[in-house]
Design a protein around this ligand. Structure first.
Ligand code: HPA
Length: 275
């Protein structure tokens, strides 16, 4: 058995020992979706630090946690607190949460994130269903000896974001109070925001939104054939679109404003997912 599989299984077995049900859908909560956790009925909370072989948060005040319970009639596990390359985790380490979810038996995962809009027709507050991604830099979460228990050495990633889930998310857009697009997520490792020229290049290459998360997790999910939906919330126009500097404060403000409507949208999608 590979060490990666053994560790993911031990983490999942611990979680199973703490709950009396099998979660069907996982939701990774990006910066904008924190308040979504309040919607979980009958919540059971598990600190990341209590889960064997799991990652621990780099900011001690930011103890990450799993929250398990029910949303829209489905059994869910939410990851409140995610891990990024810019925090110093290796790409390989970023595979751990998704592999744990696979061992836990979840049938689909929703990855959410906050992103900067590259596409000039998008506006802050809009949501983008991720159709595909571009990652041109750095390593892969699948580097190193292949863990055969999860998938093949050279996985096909031509449909990472499951077409049926993308269609469902677009179908749910009509009832949502957010404007929903479908587009391409361009991964930048951060932690600095991009230069205006990098964003211009990303736009020419076909990127619609820029962000620093999601893609390492998405590649890991593709490797273990996990159905996946990716949703990005535009919290700013990306670098160079306006003369105004990109400010973390402004981003937090937009994120807080949109959190309720975005959470409603995600809840609608979960209610209509067939798992
Ligand atoms: N770029 C990258 N990541 C981001 C941005 C951005 O403009 N906004 C929020 N996350």
């Amino acid at each position: 058995m590979s060490a990666a599989f053994e560790h993911a299984k031990a983490a999942a077995d611990y979680i199973k020992s703490q709950i009396g049900f099998a979660p069907e859908i996982a939701v990774v909560l990006g910066s904008c979706l924190g308040p979504f956790a309040d919607r979980i009925e009958h919540p059971i909370t598990i600190d990341y630090r209590d889960i064997p072989h799991f990652l621990v948060s780099t900011a001690p005040s930011h103890a990450g946690k799993l929250i398990l319970g029910a949303v829209a009639g489905k059994k869910v596990v939410c990851l409140s607190g995610r891990f990024h390359r810019y925090e110093g985790y290796s790409y390989e380490q970023l595979s751990i949460p998704i592999r744990m979810l696979h061992c836990l038996g979840v049938r689909a995962t929703i990855l959410t994130n906050a992103a900067g809009a590259i596409n000039l027709s998008y506006q802050p507050g809009d949501v983008m269903v991720i159709a595909d991604h571009i990652k041109l830099f750095g390593d892969s979460p699948l580097m190193g000896p292949n863990a055969e228990e999860f998938g093949e050495r050279f996985p096909d990633i031509s449909a990472v974001y499951t077409p049926a889930l993308r269609r469902l998310a677009l179908d749910c857009a009509g009832d949502a109070r957010v404007t929903v697009h479908e587009g391409v997520y361009f991964f930048f490792p951060g932690p600095q925001f991009e230069s205006p020229s990098e964003i211009k290049a990303a736009r020419i290459l076909g990127g619609d939104a820029a962000g620093m998360s999601t893609v390492p997790e998405a590649i890991t999910a593709a490797h273990c054939h996990m159905p996946l939906l990716g949703l990005s919330v535009m919290v700013n126009m990306a670098a160079g679109v306006s003369d105004a500097p990109i400010s973390g404060e402004q981003i937090d403000k937009v994120g807080a404003l949109i959190a309720g409507d975005f959470s409603d949208y995600v809840e609608t999608i979960i209610g209509r997912m067939e798992v």
